[in-house]
Design a protein around this ligand. Structure first.
Ligand SMILES: [Zn+2]
Ligand SMILES: [Zn+2]
Length: 292
């Protein structure tokens, strides 16, 4: 009974957030904090689930992990959100307007199709960005801090280098005419699937769900500490279907997660990670100058 309840929680949560945004009054949708509020409630809810039905004792949340995760949730909702809006979404909306691009057909789709359209568009972009990050050294240096985490928890999807967090948030949604509630529902669906896919909760959703959506099994394998090569699969943060179609899907799961020697990075190290070659070069020159 308990197993069935936890296994069905991810699909039930996805259905709940879609219904929520379909029925919520417009004044709530228009509040600047509405999406942040619901996303935060989801993160708190799933974090609490970890306390009552954990997956691995080795991933148990502690104060240090919790405070780091909360820092990144707030950082994502403020700094990264501001950067994405001002450097990507608003300029793209301005291009749409100046070129006279109209997609009124999207405004007339049923709500569920609008949500699916946004989920698939955002996730398709994220899939390729994530795959690029595992195939090109500079992009990998921005994404590696996310892979240096040594345990998985509900809010770990928010943890990463700021440049990576910005890059992974890019999407073409601003080019489409869509109701705000449908966009928020889609972003919330992606968020809740990604939160469950990082959570230390013993929940293994039914096959029909894990065929389309990413689960902790698929994503923990993506975080495996086995080797860098072994992480090059299951790129879909929320939609694993793209991996199945594009040949990057791998079945399985991993309890031991991290990179290299599995050394946990501090927030400072996560922020400076892509600059490591530059810092090493400066230090080497300084040492050479001192010994000369
Ligand atoms: Zn990755
Ligand atoms: Zn991850």
């Amino acid at each position: 009974m308990k197993k069935a309840f936890f296994d069905l929680l991810p699909p039930a949560s996805v259905a709940f957030v879609v219904l929520f945004w379909a029925m919520v009054p417009t004044w709530f949708v228009e509040k600047p904090w509405s999406l942040v509020l619901v996303s935060s409630a989801v993160a708190v809810f799933v974090q609490c689930l970890e306390l009552i039905h954990e997956r691995h004792a080795g991933w148990r949340i502690n104060k240090r992990e919790l405070f780091t995760d909360i820092f990144y949730v707030i950082f994502g909702a403020t700094v990264i959100q501001w950067l994405t809006t001002n450097l990507a979404d608003d300029p793209l909306a301005a291009v749409k307007k100046s070129l006279g691009i109209e997609t009124q057909w999207a405004m007339h789709l049923p709500f569920l199709l609008q949500v699916m359209l946004v989920v698939l568009l955002v996730e398709f972009g994220q899939y390729w960005m994530h795959r690029l990050m595992h195939n090109q050294s500079f992009f990998w240096s921005t994404h590696a801090p996310h892979h240096h985490i040594t345990q998985l928890n509900a809010m770990k999807g928010y943890v990463g280098n700021p440049l990576e967090l910005f890059l992974i948030s890019l999407s073409v949604i601003s080019l489409f005419d869509l109701p705000q509630a449908a966009v928020f529902a889609a972003l919330n669906v992606i968020g809740i699937v990604a939160v469950f896919a990082h959570a230390n909760v013993r929940s293994d959703p039914p096959r029909w769900y894990s065929f389309f959506f990413t689960t902790i099994r698929h994503h923990s394998l993506h975080h495996t500490a086995l080797s860098y090569e072994d992480t090059r699969c299951n790129y879909g943060c929320a939609i694993i279907l793209f991996d199945r179609i594009l040949g990057t899907f791998r079945e399985g799961e991993s309890e031991i997660v991290g990179q290299g020697e599995r050394v946990r990075l501090s927030v400072r190290e996560q922020f400076l990670f892509p600059l490591r070659p530059l810092i090493a070069m400066i230090n080497a020159r300084r040492e050479t100058a001192e010994t000369a």
